[in-house]
Design a protein around this ligand. Structure first.
Ligand SMILES: [Zn+2]
Length: 329
């Protein structure tokens, strides 16, 4: 049985693009997979990695599933298949981890096909790690391919970006995704799920399976409670820090964006959070547009700082205190 991930319905063109590297025998040293979270970048990278590792790919670039390499990939024990991730989610990839990988890469691949290193998320490489990889790319070991995956390509240094062939994943067709969600057993809220997940199918599916819309509603109510002085930013930030900070910041950005849209009298269907339209519209009536822009700017700064070593609870507190201040009469 193969563990090669199946192609998702919206990935056909991206896959054909990748396969041409194999069938044309012009495999780049480094590829950057960039696109929104939950769009299937990792799955496609793993599928491509399997093809690169197989010693007998077919005419369509698909792994044979029978060769020794394929067996090792399926058993997840292929020595030429290396994954580099932060030791803890949200942390940077440490230079020690890079050093270890580089020492492995200084030797030839153990099998006759390619060796693949998947780095995810590539935006979590610190500057020393980036420099180490750049040095490797200047004098690469033969048959070694780096696959860098990121949701935030703008955070990657230009020096590294310029060394990579880029594969940018665009937002899939919503109708195709809605059908796919239906095929996965998601029978309700598909429009809202897609809107809140910014059109990312795997994220939408994850939201549906984990009742994330309910959690979002609960957090939104707390956000309204702060505005109405029914609760304090300290109390809410203490609870929020236990949730996924990136997800919360995405939600808050969406709420503030929608409040700005409400100030411009845009209709509900133009909002990200269509289900929250009434509350957002009511809230927008009491707020100054210029103040909303200032909280939006603070949001962007917080998003850049949330992946650093700074205290996340304090970052949320700062943001929520600003939100409370905005609502003072
Ligand atoms: Zn094979």
């Amino acid at each position: 049985m193969t563990i090669t991930p199946n192609l998702l319905p919206w990935q056909e063109a991206d896959w054909q693009h990748l396969v041409r590297y194999i069938t044309g025998q012009r495999i780049p040293q480094a590829l950057l997979f960039a696109g929104n979270k939950g769009i299937g970048k990792s799955r496609l990278a793993e599928r491509f990695a399997h093809s690169l590792l197989c010693s007998e790919t077919d005419a369509n670039g698909l792994p044979c599933g029978r060769c020794h390499s394929c067996q090792l990939v399926n058993a997840q024990t292929h020595p030429d298949y290396i994954r580099l991730n932060p030791e803890e989610p949200g942390k940077t990839i440490k230079i020690d981890q890079i050093r270890h990988i580089l020492s492995v890469l200084s030797l030839k691949p153990q099998y006759e096909a390619n060796r693949v290193v998947i780095v995810e998320p590539a935006d979590q490489l610190n500057i020393s790690a980036v420099n180490a990889f750049l040095k490797f790319l200047e004098e690469p070991t033969e048959r070694t391919v780096l696959l860098l995956i990121t949701d935030k390509p703008s955070r990657l240094p230009a020096t590294l970006m310029s060394r990579c062939q880029k594969v940018y994943f665009s937002r899939p067709d919503p109708e195709q995704v809605k059908q796919w969600l239906l095929d996965q057993g998601i029978k309700k809220d598909s429009d809202l799920l897609l809107s809140v997940s910014k059109g990312s199918p795997l994220l939408a599916l994850d939201y549906a399976k984990n009742d994330t819309l309910e959690l979002r509603r609960k957090c939104f109510d707390q956000w309204l409670d702060i505005a109405a002085l029914r609760t304090h930013p300290y109390i809410v930030s203490e609870q929020w820090v236990k949730l996924d900070p990136g997800l919360l910041l995405t939600w808050i950005t969406g709420w503030v964006t929608d409040l700005i849209k409400c100030c411009f009298q845009l209709p509900a269907e133009k909002l990200i959070n269509r289900d929250l339209f009434e509350d957002l519209y009511k809230s927008a009536q009491t707020l100054e547009l210029s103040h909303l822009y200032s909280v939006y700017d603070l949001m962007l700064t917080t998003r850049n700082r949330i992946d650093t070593q700074l205290n996340k609870q304090l970052l949320f507190e700062e943001l929520l205190i600003e939100w409370a201040r905005l609502n003072e009469k």
